[in-house]
Design a protein around this ligand. Structure first.
Ligand code: KG4
Ligand code: ZN
Length: 331
């Protein structure tokens, strides 16, 4: 079964073809970063319009790369939420229309489920059950994953998501969009611990998180006086250290608490090298195996949506049909 995956929830248009017997055949992503850069963040209307421009050329590209034609597509999976309403509507409208034309099913997929299952696309995939640490721009969650569709939420951020905290702190430090990668680059030039930031909820005894206070602490430091370039780098390094320390401690605690030995990390913040370093070190000590998606599949892409849709179709899930569709921006 050849499944076309379509991702358009935010500022990346991602298309991919996943074959249930041959694996991932092609995937292509167009990032809108350059377009939104001058506004310091994603402009929803511009994002929607750009998705419209990119979808057909990207479809042609993945078909050519896979050596396939439109008529080879057996099913279409698309991100139905959460995300920007207009951007989601472009992807879902395109997916449903194409599915109608090809008389194949179109399956709505939850964006975060796509992220969470994305490590299963790697050469050495994790085995169920495992704990998933989901760290994206909109979510920070710890899940127990018993299988496809069998998820139990163990803990989550009570306020800002980790990626959101990275982005907002980067803005406070005068860095561009997207803030996470920019902040991690600046952090490399600094030394953590020179200025002290809190480790929110580190000892709360549960698996929840809170990151908005950390951002406020950075704001206070930035407002107190003019910081030198090296002080800004130290602040970035300390911020990154604080976020990663809390994430690592709670993720490993979740694995232990559930009596498991496997941790999966997914979502954009999973690309952070310091987080990976600390997780790998902590996991090795605790004899826990950590799985990451391929680096190019950490941020938004169509491959994870195609894969997630394929697995759900294999489990017998069928779309409600009728060609009608509804996006769920706050799903
Ligand atoms: O999963 P993702 O691409 O989109 C969402 O579903 O939200 O995650 C985007 C988030 C952004 O907040 C971005 O700043 C963050 O992931 N991010 C990073 C890094 N790369 C992306 N945060 C820290 N370090 C990174 N290297
Ligand atoms: Zn995402």
């Amino acid at each position: 079964m050849l499944v076309l995956g379509i991702e358009s929830s935010c500022d990346e248009t991602g298309l991919a073809l996943y074959d249930t017997s041959r694996g991932l055949l092609a995937h292509a992503v167009h990032s809108q970063i350059a377009m939104h850069e001058e506004y310091g963040g994603v402009v929803p209307e511009l994002a929607s319009r750009d998705h419209i421009r990119r979808l057909i050329p990207l479809l042609e590209r993945v078909l050519a790369e896979a050596g396939a034609g439109r008529s080879d597509i057996d099913a279409i999976a698309y991100t139905a939420g959460p995300g920007l309403a207009g951007a989601l509507l472009v992807g879902s409208g395109f997916a449903e229309a194409l599915a109608f034309a090809l008389t194949v099913p179109a399956l709505p997929v939850h964006h975060l489920e796509g992220h969470m299952l994305s490590p299963l696309l790697s050469a050495d995939p994790p085995r169920f059950p495992f704990i998933a640490l989901l760290v994206s721009g909109g979510h920070t969650q710890l899940m127990r994953v018993a299988g496809v569709g069998a998820y139990e939420l163990l803990g989550e951020s009570l306020d800002d998501a980790a990626g959101e905290a990275f982005d907002k702190t980067a803005k406070l430090l005068g860095l561009g969009y997207p803030g996470g990668p920019a902040l991690s680059v600046l952090a490399r030039e600094g030394t953590p611990g020179r200025c002290k930031l809190p480790r929110p909820m580190l000892h709360s005894g549960d698996l929840d998180f809170s990151f908005s206070g950390l951002k406020t602490a950075v704001l206070t430091a930035v407002r107190a006086r003019e910081l030198s370039p090296s002080e800004r780098a130290d602040l970035a390094a300390e911020f990154q250290e604080a976020v990663t320390e809390v994430l690592v401690t709670k993720a490993l605690a979740a694995v232990r608490q559930q009596g498991l030995d496997t941790l999966v990390v997914a979502g954009g913040v999973g690309a952070n090298q310091r987080l990976r370093q600390r997780l790998d070190a902590g996991a090795q000590k605790a004899r826990i195996r950590v799985h990451y998606p391929e680096l190019e599949l950490c941020t938004d892409n169509g491959a994870m949506i195609a894969f997630c849709g394929a697995r759900r179709l294999q489990l017998g899930q069928r779309p409600e049909g009728g060609g009608a569709f509804a996006v769920r921006p706050r799903w």
